[in-house]
Design a binder for this molecule. Structure first.
Ligand code: HEM
Ligand SMILES: *[C@@H]1O[C@H](CO)[C@@H](O)[C@H](O)[C@H]1NC(C)=O
Ligand SMILES: *[C@@H]1O[C@H](CO)[C@@H](O)[C@H](O)[C@H]1NC(C)=O
Ligand SMILES: *[C@@H]1O[C@H](CO)[C@@H](O)[C@H](O)[C@H]1NC(C)=O
Ligand SMILES: CC(=O)N[C@H]1CO[C@H](CO)[C@@H](O)[C@@H]1O
Length: 500
């Protein structure tokens, strides 16, 4: 070491001056960059990598720990990317309401940067005309009261098929993720294309690989370690193969619906077509002159955003119910009072307030999308008196907020009662509970997603007792989670369904 310094000092004088100056400029810049920019506080940042070494594979937990130390609005540096994370009611309100206009662009994960397709994106577009048109179309054709009404028969039918399947599977161990995912996926493909794509009997979806492809796309899209995003100079090389991998999966996936599109396109294009013949969301897209690329992109996005999230809501709620027999008893009591039919239908769900409170409580502790989807600052702006620089990536840590004793009494206990007689809801008005976000980027699929969650859960409780395999102890059921676009259970929830 001494040798090194001596030889360093032996440099010719001009070089010594130069290198010392560069060194000090570097240090001064490093120390001053924070105070000059007035960024939100956060852990010290190393040169070049910033805080990359501190991002594990559970960013929601890491960010929650840093928030305890540095406050409700914190900043990180991931390579060149500036990341801001909010984790209090007030910080969430400022981001999603007060400054919504400036903070509603998107950071596009490498996986979804697919040339030719990304210009047709609903989820990843900035709030521009493309985004507006697609959102309006989804709202009217898919999520409006009228659209939902005509979907309810379909949804009841798909849930009915799941229940029939489980009645036949009595005494066998089943993976609830697989069954619920298949059911919800088929519901969505029926709404979009008018047909099922998966088969409950093929539990793991191994026969045709469609389920696997969708899961893998979701996995690529939810990668925490996305180096192209951290170091723009590396981006175009796609060193981790994320963009290429996703492109291959996309191609494989599109093959499944291409023939359906072609057939319908010819029909919609024919001179005898009139708009009241439209049966599916596809027909509506075709009537609006959508190209194949446009359809592929929107459909894939609806699958990615709508299936894993809804499945994970159901499965987390089920996990808590397996652990909390007393909650199940109260739901059953409520059903005995309110439900007089064999099968539950949509119209009965509003008579089950305790079930609804249970779902809210499960979403509080296990928000299916724990950090929202990444927002981006379109312009530099102020949040809680700190500066959010243009292009910063912005997340809201719903997971941390759901477990914050400043927001909730006894936050780690599962108590649906806390929502009984409370007006608190998840519709984006109450910033304590935001499983669907709030503001202009709020989830447009909320009504459809919640209807599925409620119907699936209510039906499974109504028709079956759930038992852990091998006499497993419900109190010891593992609660480990795995981060991704949707926060899911690390291990599948395996149950035996016994007829009541
Ligand atoms: C329980 C189920 C669901 C949950 C918890 C959920 C949650 C979310 C969240 C947190 C966001 C991001 C909000 C933000 O970035 O600020 C989002 C966006 C989105 N969700 Fe959902 N979602 C669910 C179901 C669905 C369903 C069923 C669909 C469609 C079939 C859907 C379609 C979308 C779309 C298209 C976006 C992007 C909106 C935009 O960027 O403007 N979601 N969702
Ligand atoms: C909207 O934004 C996306 C990317 O953010 C872009 O690809 C698309 O072309 C834009 N659409 C319009 C109409 O500007
Ligand atoms: C639809 O109709 C237009 C004109 O009527 C025609 O140019 C086009 O090729 C048709 N497309 C398909 C897929 O049939
Ligand atoms: C921001 O600064 C203003 C004026 O300096 C002050 O009144 C306000 O309380 C501050 N807000 C926060 C969240 O610290
Ligand atoms: C609940 C659920 O369906 N989870 C799936 C979501 O997607 C991942 C892939 O990232 C699957 O492995 C999960 O099983």
């Amino acid at each position: 070491m001494m040798d090194y310094i001596t030889s360093f000092l032996n440099l010719p004088f001009p070089l010594l001056v130069l290198s010392t100056t560069i060194f000090f400029v570097f240090i001064v810049k490093l120390l001053s960059s924070k105070s000059v920019k007035n960024l939100p506080p956060g852990p010290p940042k190393l040169p070049i990598i910033g805080n990359l070494h501190q991002v594990g594979d559970k960013p929601h937990v890491a960010a929650a720990d840093f928030a305890k130390q540095y406050g409700p609005l914190i900043s990180f540096k991931l390579g060149k990317q500036c990341l801001v994370v909010a984790s209090s009611t007030e910080a969430a309100r400022e981001i999603l309401k007060t400054q919504d206009r400036f903070l509603s662009s998107r950071v596009v994960p490498t996986a979804f940067q697919q040339e030719g397709l990304i210009p047709h994106s609903l989820i990843w577009s900035d709030c521009n005309q493309t985004w507006k048109t697609l959102r309006t179309m989804c709202r009217t054709e898919m999520f409006s009261a009228k659209a939902l009404g005509s979907q309810s028969r379909l949804r009841e039918e798909k849930v009915g098929q799941m229940l029939d399947f489980l009645h036949k599977k009595q005494g066998h161990v089943v993976s609830t993720e697989d069954i619920v995912f298949t059911t919800l996926f088929n519901t969505l493909t029926s709404i979009i294309f008018g047909q099922d794509f998966l088969d409950l009997k093929d539990e793991h979806g191994t026969l045709d690989g469609l389920k696997e492809s969708i899961h893998k796309i979701i996995e690529y899209g939810g990668r925490v370690k996305d180096f192209g995003a951290f170091f723009p100079v590396l981006d175009r090389f796609d060193l981790q193969g994320i963009r290429r991998g996703t492109a291959k999966l996309y191609k494989k996936t599109f093959v499944y619906w291409r023939p359906i599109i072609e057939k319908r396109r010819a029909q919609v294009n024919s001179s005898t077509w009139s708009s009241d013949q439209a049966e599916s969301f596809l027909d509506r897209m075709l009537e609006n002159g959508f190209s194949n690329d446009q359809i592929d992109q929107v459909v894939t996005e609806l699958f990615v955003a709508g299936t894993n999230t809804t499945t994970s809501s159901v499965v987390w709620a089920m996990t808590e119910l397996v652990k909390h027999k007393e909650v199940v008893s109260k739901i059953v009591e409520e059903m005995e009072r309110e439900i007089k039919t064999d099968r539950i239908t949509h119209s009965q769900l509003s008579n089950l307030p305790y079930l609804q409170a249970t779902i809210k409580e499960a979403m509080r502790l296990h928000p299916p999308v724990p950090l929202l989807l990444p927002h981006k600052a379109a312009e530099t702006c102020e949040v809680m008196n700190y500066t959010i620089p243009k292009d910063a990536k912005i997340l809201v840590n719903l997971w941390a907020m759901g477990r914050d004793p400043k927001i909730w009494d006894d936050p780690l206990s599962f108590k649906p009662e806390r929502f009984i007689g409370s007006k608190l809801d998840y519709k984006g008005q109450d910033f304590e509970l935001l499983p669907f976000g709030s503001g202009r980027r709020m989830c447009p699929g909320l009504p459809s997603g919640m209807m599925s969650v409620e119907l699936v859960l209510a039906s499974l409780i109504h028709e079956f007792d759930w038992v852990l395999p091998n006499g497993g102890d419900p109190l010891k059921i593992d609660m480990n989670d795995k981060f991704g676009i949707a926060l899911r259970r690390e291990n599948p929830l395996k149950l035996i369904f016994k007829e009541k």
